[in-house]
Write a protein that binds this ligand. Structure first.
Ligand code: G6P
Length: 371
């Protein structure tokens, strides 16, 4: 019963919810993994294999953190199913007279299921004859009732404005959807099994990352002293950086701007100085060397640097010039979610240092239900 949900011995709901992520992820995956055939089981989609195959495009709609996870989801769908996919802020969608096509699958993402911008975007799609599924946490919410089918997130109640466990489960929902869309197309059974095994490992790996919280406190304290910060990443790392910056600004009230690492040289480098720290997301992928080269431009200007990366990644001579935060390795397509967890912890620890009301940041609401 959500009414009985309390922070208990935790000093905030955000911290409690952060730590609940392994259990929430388990609930999300339970009964939805088909190890034998390497695919996802998503009964609530109300789409058979033939209908899944007929999808030519995927458009993801959400606001705030749900929008950034939507960007991670779009990459997953493109990588695993090779269907063009993108995410758009639901708050913009209906105002630009969107083209709604019958072979596009629309996905509305929302923790509360009550965000008015997302709900109105869903209604606009349906008015134009499009098919919408939901990735929603709150059962029976307005968006859950409005969609043609969907995936419940089973994250349990979430009280803190800054979303943690719901966001993680949104990512897992996209991973399951991407595998299922892939497996009715060209994703092999071997790749499907590889990803299902990767998903199975996620809850335990989240637990490992959460255990590193004490090591992050010092870095967070220093970040909290800055007036302005950059969060950078590229390709799979960019939505992670966007979400990291969002969390940081929401609860620390520091100016935190996300940028593609590759675009630093096209503008933001002008702002880098000893007073402007950067948090860089460097997944263990084909771009490590390029990332390292771009990040040199920051340390060369005295910019304080924290690199969130995977265990075993060789950061070359950045080592010694940057703080390093490691997460365990999973399948590279699933990289974003584990990289997100230290950024949640950094934002949380920074806000704690600053003495802010972590669960109810100024000017923000948990769910925005009026336009
Ligand atoms: C509000 C919250 C954000 C949240 C967004 C979407 O703006 O402050 O933290 O990401 O709404 O909420 P939803 O319930 O639709 O996921």
């Amino acid at each position: 019963d959500p009414g009985d949900y309390e922070a208990g011995e935790h000093e905030s709901f955000m911290h409690k919810e952060l730590l609940e992520q392994p259990a929430a992820a388990e609930r999300m995956l339970r009964g939805r993994l088909d190890e034998r055939f390497g695919t996802g089981h998503l009964g609530g989609l109300n789409l058979d294999a033939r209908e899944l195959r007929a999808i030519r495009r995927v458009k993801i709609l959400g606001c705030g953190s749900a929008y950034y996870v939507g960007q991670m989801g779009a990459s997953l769908i493109e990588e695993l199913a090779r269907i063009p996919a993108d995410a758009e802020a639901a708050s913009e969608f209906r105002y630009r007279n969107p083209i709604v096509e019958p072979d596009t699958l629309y996905v509305a993402v929302s923790q509360s299921g009550e965000t008015i911008d997302t709900l109105l975007a869903v209604q606009e799609v349906r008015r134009k004859g499009g098919r919408v599924i939901g990735l929603v946490n709150v059962v029976g919410s307005a968006i859950a009732r409005e969609v043609d089918g969907g995936i419940y997130l089973h994250a349990g109640p979430e009280v803190a404005v800054a979303s943690t466990k719901a966001l993680t489960n949104m990512f897992l929902g996209f991973a399951l959807l991407a595998v299922q869309l892939g497996r009715v197309r060209d994703l092999s059974i071997a790749d499907g099994r590889r990803l299902i095994a990767g998903l199975t490992a996620i809850p335990g790996q989240i637990e490992e990352v959460l255990a590193t919280e004490p090591d992050l406190a010092d870095i967070a304290k220093r970040l909290a002293e800055a007036e302005s910060l950059f969060f950078v990443g590229r390709v799979r790392g960019f939505p992670v950086a966007r979400e990291g910056a969002q969390k940081f600004k929401e609860i620390s009230y520091r100016h935190a701007e996300a940028y593609q690492t590759s675009e630093l040289k096209h503008g933001p480098l002008a702002l880098i100085s000893t007073d402007v720290p950067t948090v860089a997301v460097v997944p263990d992928d084909e771009l490590v060397e390029r990332n390292v080269a771009a990040l040199h431009e920051i340390t060369a200007r005295g910019g304080p640097l924290t690199v969130v990366t995977h265990r075993g990644v060789d950061l070359g001579d950045l080592a010694g010039r940057a703080h390093r935060v490691d997460v365990p390795k999973n399948e590279r397509e699933l990289d974003p979610i584990l990289l997100t967890i230290p950024l949640q912890l950094l934002a949380y620890q920074a806000a704690l240092n600053l003495g802010h009301d972590i669960d109810k940041p100024r000017n923000l609401a948990k769910s925005v239900t009026v336009e």
